[in-house]
Design a protein around this ligand. Structure first.
Ligand code: AMP
Length: 182
């Protein structure tokens, strides 16, 4: 059963790789960013609460994303595996996820860290032209990544779950490396 967590900075290619892997393995691609963007577009109560945080490049509150991920992982299609993209984003979320997965008896295989230098990340994000990808917001998102999300590399290393791979190559080359890990 394939259960993978994709770590890495915004712009590292998590979404692209998670989507391709999920399609290959026929398991859901669970992206908290996608779910939140959809909620904002639909103006659901979750979207209304999340909007301003996302627009500024800050993290949405842990309570909201934790409730969201708990609900998503309990759905029938998630019982056959998943690729998590964009969650966890800080140590509170990571500790919650570990506890939840024990409770629901789902063991993940790896947390895969896609390594990409900051200057490449900025260029990639400026290039994709997403609404929250203005230069100021991009810089804030990178700052948040380094202070809150990057420490998860040590979190998973300490649990012998970390797999770091070079994300500064073509998407096809990253995908080949990921396939070899499975
Ligand atoms: P992403 O598409 O993963 O880069 O996420 C886009 C935005 O959604 C982020 O900049 C955050 O504002 C928010 N977001 C996504 N995932 C999380 C999470 N796990 N915790 C908090 N905020 C999140």
């Amino acid at each position: 059963m394939a259960r993978l967590i994709l770590l890495g900075a915004p712009g590292a290619g998590k979404g692209t790789q998670a989507k391709a892997l999920a399609a290959l393995l026929q398991i859901p691609h669970i992206s908290t960013g996608d779910i939140l963007r959809e909620a904002v577009a639909q103006q659901t109560p979750l979207g209304v609460k999340a909007k301003s945080y996302m627009e500024q490049g800050n993290l949405v509150s842990d309570d909201l994303v934790i409730a969201l991920i708990k609900e998503r992982l309990s759905q029938p299609d998630a019982q056959k595996g998943w690729v998590l993209d964009g969650f966890p984003r800080n140590d509170i979320q990571a500790a919650f996820l570990d506890k939840l997965l024990v409770e629901i008896a789902q063991e993940y295989r790896y947390a895969v860290n896609l390594e990409v230098p900051d200057d490449v990340l900025v260029q990639r994000m400026l290039g994709r032209g997403r609404q929250d990808d203005t230069e100021e917001v991009i810089r804030r998102r990178l700052q948040v990544y380094h202070s809150q999300t990057a420490p998860l590399i040590d979190f998973y290393q300490a649990r012998n779950k970390l797999m770091s791979i070079d994300g500064n190559v073509s998407p096809e080359a990253v995908m080949d490396t990921l396939k070899n890990l499975l």
